[in-house]
Ligand binder design. Structure first.
Ligand code: NAD
Length: 473
């Protein structure tokens, strides 16, 4: 059986399904091939379930602190399985929503494993997708254009075998049926920090082992330092410069022993479970890239600024092309790819305008260049920092940890980067993202009237601080 389409999308995650909606809006006959569930990693194994559990952790923390607000909450207890059930309900509701959107857009979903074929009897060019379906006849989808949106999977270390029971990735951690007494987290990046924050709130003993000199190596130094300070203050042990000897892991009943070289000294760590969060690898295995001229680099598919691979009718978007592996980047790339297919002239993504968010406590969010990167790019900079401690709304909220840091070019006043650690940082960052898209100067951010009392005043105060004119500090 063979079907013709204007566009066939391999992978129904955030990148793939958003691209499909835009394509359908524009009248393209569109199909998605998905081997698992529509919604992909973000909906089923990433953003949504982890943020849902983080929300449970937040409610537990706030409930324990309720007396500070004059609220008496006696006999507070926590039921992890109820938190898991709530998480699943959120996921299911959104899953139904995605399925309804596909139906409304008349997008055909093929449940099965897709593989790109080379030139064949179906098409003189490569790009026909063969779909292997369980209990159903295989089908060939002949697309005028193809978008590869197959995403990524958790990486592990060479010699460290993930068993899903004692040695986990975040996929397994999200499905835990009970909380372990202790957890070693290998890797202090975004996933490691979010899990550390959540687990410490749930009462688990947490140790982060980070290979680099600091956790959150891609964040601004001051932000990473503050994050480490806050996590440590809540009881997380953070050990940096650890070279894990993955071949020396010992698994015993109810515990894992792990050896690491710390400053060339061998140290043994032990915990009930081990969570490995050392980055994510592109899902390109067995998707048929060999049948095409598509090029890859370090496992990621190489594309131009519109997502085109070396085969101009085959595009790739999202985690499978590397760069910032974020759901909102994948969906934006999906829209750009579709608009390019349609012959429009979409604006390529400027990486300096992409906000990134960490949903730990306190939250962390940033857009644009860090202080180090600004200097490396040759900018003479001015920096404004403003603490939430001096923001009325932060005091009202009872969340005064953290600050806003704003970096601008000294000569031109161009806004280079904004970095926030503190309450609702992940919401506040959108204002800075708009400022970056509009090429704002720090003075324009300072001149924007921010409502009082709000946490957003931290942004205008940081902009004022960069110009030596902060009001409340
Ligand atoms: P990451 O790249 O953010 O961090 C990996 C960390 O592991 C780094 O700090 C690295 O130095 C460390 N590391 C690497 N090898 C190590 C070793 N041998 N021993 C100890 N530490 C080691 O990767 P991640 O945290 O796994 O996240 C994967 C991707 O998913 C990232 O691109 C991230 O942005 C994305 N993500 C985003 C969000 C969000 O937007 N909130 C949430 C989760 C994941």
């Amino acid at each position: 059986m063979a079907e013709d389409y204007d566009l066939v999308i391999l992978g129904g995650g955030t990148g793939g399904y958003v691209a499909a909606i835009r394509a359908a809006q524009e009248g393209l006959k569109t199909a998605i091939v998905e081997r698992d569930k529509m919604g992909g990693t973000c909906l089923h194994k990433g953003c949504i379930p982890s943020k849902s559990l983080l929300r449970s952790a937040e409610v537990l923390r706030l409930t324990k602190e309720a007396s500070e607000y004059g609220v008496t909450a006696e006999g507070v207890s926590f039921d992890f399985s109820a938190a898991q059930a709530r998480k699943q309900k959120v996921v299911e509701q959104l899953h139904k929503g995605v399925q309804a959107l596909m139906k409304r857009g008349k997008i055909d979903i093929y449940q099965g494993t897709g593989r790109i074929l080379g030139p064949s009897i179906f098409s003189p060019t490569s790009g026909t997708i063969s779909v292997e379906r369980e209990g159903e006849e295989n089908v060939m989808l002949i697309g005028k254009n193809v978008i590869i949106a197959t995403g990524s999977s958790a990486r592990t270390l060479p010699d460290l075998t993930i068993d899903g029971a004692q040695i986990l990735t975040s996929d397994h951690a999200l499905k835990l049926e009970y909380l372990p007494a202790s957890m070693i987290i290998v890797g202090g990046g975004v996933i490691g920090v979010e899990w550390a924050s959540m687990l410490i709130d749930f009462g688990v003993k947490v140790t982060i082992l980070e290979y680099g000199e600091r956790i959150l190596p891609t964040e601004d130094r001051d932000i990473a330092r503050e994050a480490a300070k806050q996590l440590e203050a809540r009881g997380v042990t953070i050990i940096t410069n650890v070279d894990i000897q993955a071949d020396q892991v010992i698994k015993e009943e109810n515990k894992v022993l792990l050896t690491g070289l710390v400053n060339n000294e061998s140290v043994q760590f032990e915990a009930e479970k081990l969570l490995v969060c050392v980055g994510r690898a592109a899902n390109t295995k067995d998707i048929g890239l060999k049948n095409t001229d598509i090029e890859s680099e370090n496992g990621f598919i190489k594309v131009n600024e519109f997502g085109q691979t070396k085969e101009s009718h085959i595009y790739a978007i999202g985690d499978v092309i590397g760069g910032l592996q974020l759901a909102h980047v994948a969906s934006h790339e999906g829209i750009i790819a579709v608009e390019h297919i349609l012959g429009h002239q979409p604006l390529p993504i400027n990486p300096d305008t992409i906000p990134s968010c960490i949903y730990s406590y306190p939250e962390i969010a940033s857009v644009g260049l860090t202080e180090d990167a600004s200097k490396e790019k040759g900018h003479d900079i001015k920096v404004g920092t403003f603490p939430f401690q001096a923001i009325g709304k932060a005091l009202v909220q009872g969340e005064t940890n953290g600050f806003v840091k704003l970096i601008a070019d000294k000569e031109t006043d161009d806004l280079l980067g904004v970095h926030i650690i503190g309450p609702h940082a992940t919401e506040l960052i959108s204002e800075a993202a708009i400022a970056k898209v509009l090429d704002a100067a720090s003075w324009e951010v300072a001149q924007t009237i921010h409502p009082h009392p709000t946490l957003s005043e931290g942004l205008s105060e940081a902009a004022l601080a960069a110009n030596g004119k902060a009001i409340h500090a």
